[in-house]
Design a protein around this ligand. Structure first.
Ligand code: PEP
Ligand code: MG
Length: 584
């Protein structure tokens, strides 16, 4: 049994067979073949070896012709390795003796070789592991006959293991079949993580290199609560986890009874509990879970995987669906639609990555919208048109200065004039607010107050910009935490400033979806939270189990503590005490 520690980004436990996607998207296949097909499988292996060899020969000749023999030598070395009789007999033994599939045998044998090289101290030699990986890929390509595995085409239950999954690949995972995933890279605040939580797929990222230790079809466990990936689990561990899964299932069923009850503390303070969504269909999940509305609709996901820019109609349809769903029962629940937050890791090709050295500090979000006016205006037109269908709020992301916010509002006013001239209806009094996610905006928040109708704290970015810690980098993930006292001070400042001026303030970062922080946030005076849809029942349960006074005591104590680790463990203890039935 091998336990690998990664970063827990989407809760829940999944047990099942792996589908391994390596760096280049090759699916590392299942393990065994039937006894009576062994000869045919060996013939398939030999055919793949010959084809790979012929390909290498061609590459060698082309390179030799263009650059000289010394550059072509690498291909000769590859050919030598590929045609090594030892390798061939090892593969044959695996296929004949152990009934491994040729793909599995190839990946198993070559990954073992690569690992030996990887572990060598000498960096020149350890780099040779890449050559072996290259041979493995070439052979697999000939055996499998196609390149990139289509993740959206999976048709049986699997746990996906990959070097990385982009937010768009994650968004396209089919929840019916992909029961969990784990990746070698990725950080706690990445958009891949956010999408996984939205889809409610247990997920662990930032595990580090481990794909050489696993092949397709093996049983593993992904523990999205503890951030663990367990390879080759023993029976006792599987049984323990199956029990845990059962416990979570029955607890979730119990929480369903809260669906129609308000998120109200036990001393009668009503909390507005909203949902965060990326895709229109998630609005139904929010309704099912009994949310009070949508506190953050991330519209940049309209761009994920899209080859062409979405038209005004595409925008409008997406917004109209959500707004109508939230007002269909006459309740007029709020829907906060955020304008495009393109850039950084969300839609990494916008703007082109080579143009930016540090996309998080570059042309991202509202900055990009203000420089791409036709795109921005198209979205604003659609938003304003949708504003007649329900309780629409418009929110600008990543605002750093008052002038920036005013500029965005001026463009909105201009779009309103256009619509008016064209006789297209919209709500002129649509509330307009902003994300509070750049430290500068928190510090200067009193200067924004006269211009905004509402505020929403984005802790995902506020943490990254306050602590100078990239939210999607696993190597600094231990520093990326909402429990950091500096982050908490900024949140408190924002809540206090909004409160002093009577401006509604929400918190829509991932922090508010983690039960660990609920008492603290209530104690700090927050009365609106927008959370990932899967977290609504648990957060509601916590709100209904505590009093504001109790939460204020917790918050007071937290501000006497010095570091994130102490704060987190104190908060967990307090939560356990206040809501013992929670499965923490
Ligand atoms: C945030 O930064 O906290 C936030 C909610 O926005 P996003 O995660 O989309 O950047
Ligand atoms: Mg943000």
């Amino acid at each position: 049994m091998q336990r690998l520690q990664g970063i827990a980004v989407s809760p829940g436990v999944a047990i099942g067979e792996t589908l391994v996607i390596d760096n280049e998207g090759f699916r590392i296949p299942r393990r065994f073949v039937a006894r009576d097909v062994v000869e045919g499988e060996l013939a398939r292996l030999d055919k793949a070896i010959s084809a790979a060899r012929a390909e290498m020969e061609r590459n060698r000749d082309t390179v030799a012709q263009k650059l000289g023999d010394q550059y072509a030598a690498i291909f000769s070395a590859h050919m030598q390795m590929l045609c090594d009789p030892h390798l061939r007999s090892e593969l044959e033994e695996m296929i004949r003796g152990r009934h491994y599939s040729p793909e599995y045998a190839v990946s198993r044998a070559l990954r073992r070789y690569a690992k030996v090289f990887q572990q060598l101290e000498n960096s020149y030699l350890s780099q040779r592991a890449h050559d072996i990986t290259d041979i493995e890929k070439r052979l697999l390509r000939h055996l499998l006959g196609h390149r990139r595995e289509e993740l959206s085409q999976i048709t049986s239950p699997v746990l996906v293991l990959a070097h990385n999954l982009t937010p768009s690949e994650t968004a396209n995972l089919d929840r019916r079949f992909v029961r969990g995933f784990a990746t070698e890279i990725g950080g706690p605040g990445s958009h891949t993580a956010i999408v996984a939580e939205g889809l409610q797929i247990p997920a662990v990222v930032g595990v580090g290199p481990f794909l050489t230790d696993v092949s397709g079809g093996e049983t593993i466990i992904i523990d999205g609560d503890q951030g663990l990936v367990i390879l080759h689990p023993d029976e006792e561990t599987v049984a323990r986890y199956r029990h845990e899964v059962e416990e979570h299932r029955s607890f979730a069923a119990k929480l369903e009874t809260l669906r129609d009850l308000p998120a109200e503390t036990s001393d009668g303070v009503r909390i507005q509990l909203l949902g965060n969504i990326e895709f229109p269909y998630e609005v139904e999940i929010c309704k099912d879970r009994g949310s009070d509305g949508i506190g953050l609709y991330r519209t940049e996901f309209l761009y994920l995987g899209a080859d062409v820019e979405p038209t005004e109609e595409v925008h409008y349809e997406a917004y109209a669906n959500v707004v109508q769903a939230m007002s269909s029962d006459g309740q007029n629940r709020p829907v906060v639609i955020r304008t495009l937050d393109l850039g950084a890791d969300k839609v990494p090709n916008m703007p082109a990555p080579e143009d930016e050295r540090n996309p998080c500090l570059g042309m991202r979000s509202i900055r990009l919208s203000l420089r791409s006016l036709p795109m921005f205006r198209t979205q604003l037109r659609a938003l304003l048109r949708a504003s007649t269908l329900g309780n629409v709020h418009i929110m600008f992301p990543m605002v750093s200065t008052v002038l920036e916010f005013r500029q965005a509002k001026m463009i909105l006013a201009d779009v309103m004039e256009d619509l008016e001239e064209q006789g297209i209806p919209f709500n002129r009094n649509v509330p307009v607010g902003m994300m509070v996610e750049v430290p500068a905006a928190v510090v200067m928040l009193d200067r924004f107050i006269d211009d905004v109708d509402f505020l929403s704290i984005g802790t995902n970015d506020l943490i990254q910009y306050t602590l100078a810690v990239d939210r999607s980098n696993k190597d600094v993930a231990d520093m990326y935490t909402a429990a950091d006292p500096a982050v908490l001070r900024l949140i408190k400042m924002a809540i206090d400033t909004a409160g002093q001026h009577g401006v509604p303030i929400n918190l829509c970062g991932q922090m508010s979806g983690s039960g660990t922080y609920t008492m603290l946030l209530l104690g700090m005076g927050l009365r609106r939270m927008s959370v990932t849809p899967g977290a609504i029942p648990e957060i509601k349960k916590i709100c209904r189990s505590v009093t504001i006074e109790q939460c204020q005591r917790v918050a007071e104590h937290v501000f006497t503590l010095e570091n994130a680790r102490d704060i987190k463990s104190y908060l967990k203890e307090e939560l356990k005490r206040a809501v013992p039935e929670l499965l923490i």
